[in-house]
Design a protein around this ligand. Structure first.
Ligand code: ASP
Length: 586
């Protein structure tokens, strides 16, 4: 037997026991003739005390950081107790030890506050994973996984695996492809999600399916994305949107309870996509704080009458003018408002400027547009913007889409500055009634906003044959949003062949292309497809949010870097000529 206990197990009640422990040497501290060692494993850290009797052996074979050792000894009460760790009241008086494996000096310190940079830690990920922070993250991930499975099990869902080597069927992003050796010049694709398979499982009558599954998307890896990521993928038959929202609100609440130990009793608020865009400027509103966007002018339509009575060119010419009232920030100095102006001018935000109105506590106003608006007009704008004395009103003017997006970002920035975005404060909601289509300017065509299998609202199905109506068609599509992040999304699906064909046609796919790419699904719809719908959650992101952290990378055991590289394996890598020839790629 290698060990009697783990390094996290022993307590005061174990004093006088003879134990054997195994683990990694975290630190070695020599005090005169005695040596203290912290021994670490997945379960914790236990202090070891080597008496001078063992000095000779320790000199012969000194212990180094990250050596794997086995020790035998007696559990003793510690005189100098450490209240920060569960084993802090005891130590082991070592009688005997054996070095099971030596280790090179690790390239960075194996501690929460390590001195290793990102790339270095990714190269030695197996060492990085020894750090307690990452261990806690992976433990949390495991617990979220378990809670999800337990809940879905109680709801009658079956975990059914679907293939990874599939047919390339565009779903929004680019496919990763795999050459087939046995089928000359043909390729498999890796699934962007099991979407069509889960729908086929509904056609097969499996009713409630789920899978915690890898998905692959060959996208440019902006901010914290991974080319392979994990989804909690679910589908149900004979359901309406309401059934799905209830079931998966239940899932989230269960997971939250298991992980956080507290109950979310209230029903999640629901907000239409239109309202989310109008009040928050995006479809994943952070509702931990108010500071709603005020729409003074939208797509040339003026809502705040004051803008009709000014010769201020900026608001006259802009399609859209939006405002937020930032509570208590009227104190902002010139330097600070200048800095905000620079911020909105950054290329990522892309505005040409910002103007502001300070609502002083005494009821007076000071603004960057005093030349164009008199005190009465400033008061009118302030009233329209729901500003209170002491608030700072920030205004942006420009084209609709850019201005709305910029205001949404500015709102989040101000939320951050006011400390209103505490990661340990959880505010989920549903965003519903998404548009079915999205117009892509560059390509002058409509694409599916969610995916091509999403059904239009039943009363708008006929509009599929009326292109002029496309921008108005709504879907029973929904996102679960948590703290400004989309954590899950899904829809009620099309389940009739003719409607699916109309949808493909609307997306610009010819009959032949639709048959070639999706014939299997269209065919299945001719053999008794039930009404169905589903949802998928981003598992990595969910874990990061529940862990109160930003980066999904820290919740994935072996992630890739921002360039999509595995720094440890050094992948992707070149193939040798023989492999290329065999695959007929050369
Ligand atoms: N397959 C979809 C996605 O990956 C989710 C769904 O509609 O269930 O976004």
């Amino acid at each position: 037997m290698y060990r009697t206990h783990t390094c996290g197990a022993l307590r005061l009640s174990d004093v006088k026991q003879e134990v054997t422990l195994c683990g990694w040497v975290q630190t070695v501290r020599k005090f005169g003739s005695i040596t203290f060692v912290d021994l670490r494993d997945r379960y914790g850290i236990t202090q070891l005390l080597f008496h001078e009797r063992l000095n000779e052996r320790l000199t012969e074979t000194p212990l180094g950081r990250e050596y794997v050792i086995q020790i035998k000894g007696e559990v003793c009460e510690r005189s100098n107790k450490n209240t920060k760790i569960p084993t802090g009241e005891i130590e082991i008086l070592v009688h005997d030890f054996a070095i099971m494996n030596v280790a090179q000096v690790p390239p960075f310190t194996i501690e929460d506050n390590t001195d290793g940079g990102d790339e270095l830690r990714m190269k030695y990920r197996y060492l990085d994973l020894r750090r307690p922070v990452l261990k806690r993250n992976l433990e949390l991930r495991y617990k979220v996984n378990r809670a999800v499975r337990n809940y879905l099990d109680t709801q009658g869902f079956w975990d059914i695996e679907t293939p990874f080597l599939i047919k390339s069927t565009p779903e929004g992003a680019r496919d990763f492809v795999v050459p087939s050796r046995m089928n000359e010049e043909q390729f498999y694709a890796l699934p962007q999600s099991p979407q069509t398979f889960k729908q086929l499982l509904m056609v097969s009558g499996y009713d409630r399916y789920y899978q915690i599954v890898k998905c692959f998307r060959d996208e440019d890896l902006r901010a914290d994305r991974q080319p392979e990521f994990t989804q909690i993928d679910c589908e149900m038959s004979f359901v309406e949107q309401e059934d799905i929202l209830q079931t998966f609100e239940g899932l989230f609440k269960h997971v939250f309870h298991e992980i956080k130990g507290s109950n979310m009793t209230e029903a999640f608020p629901r907000m239409t996509w239109d309202d989310a865009m109008w009040h928050y400027g995006n479809d994943k509103p952070d509702i931990r704080f108010e500071m709603k966007i005020q729409n003074l002018k939208v797509k040339q339509e003026v809502f705040c009458d004051t803008l009709n009575h000014t010769d201020f060119k900026v608001t006259q010419e802009a399609a859209t003018v939006l405002a937020i009232s930032v509570p208590g920030m009227a104190e902002y100095t010139r330097k600070q408002t200048d800095e905000l102006t620079e911020w909105v001018k950054r290329p990522q935000i892309g505005m040409s400027g910002l103007f502001f109105i300070k609502c002083n506590a005494d009821g007076s106003f000071k603004s960057s547009v005093d030349k164009f608006f008199d005190a009465t007009q400033l008061r009118e704008i302030a009233t329209f913007s729901k500003a209170e004395p002491g608030d700072l009103i920030l205004l942006l003017a420009g084209s609709e889409e850019r201005t709305r997006k910029a205001m949404s970002e500015l709102r989040l920035l101000m939320g951050d500055r006011l400390g209103l975005r505490d990661p340990n404060h959880y505010k989920p909601l549903w965003v519903i009634d998404f548009p079915l289509f999205e117009y892509v300017e560059d390509e002058s065509r409509f694409v599916a906003r969610h995916h091509p299998f999403t059904a239009p609202k039943p009363e708008q199905v006929n509009w599929l044959s009326l292109p002029e109506k496309y921008e108005h068609i709504k879907a029973n599509a929904y996102d679960m949003v948590l703290n400004g992040t989309e954590i899950g999304g899904g829809s009620i699906r099309i389940f009739q062949r003719d409607i699916q064909e109309q949808m493909f046609a609307a997306l610009g796919l010819s009959k032949e292309e639709a048959q070639e790419k999706f014939g299997f699904l269209l065919g299945a719809f001719e053999y008794g497809a039930p009404p169905h719908g589903g949802i998928a959650f981003g598992f990595d992101r969910l874990c990061a949010l529940l862990g109160g952290q930003e980066s999904i990378r820290d919740f994935i055991a072996f992630p890739k870097n921002n360039a999509g590289r595995d720094m440890m394996l050094d992948a992707p890598s070149v193939l040798d000529d023989n492999q290329l020839i065999e695959l007929r790629l050369k």
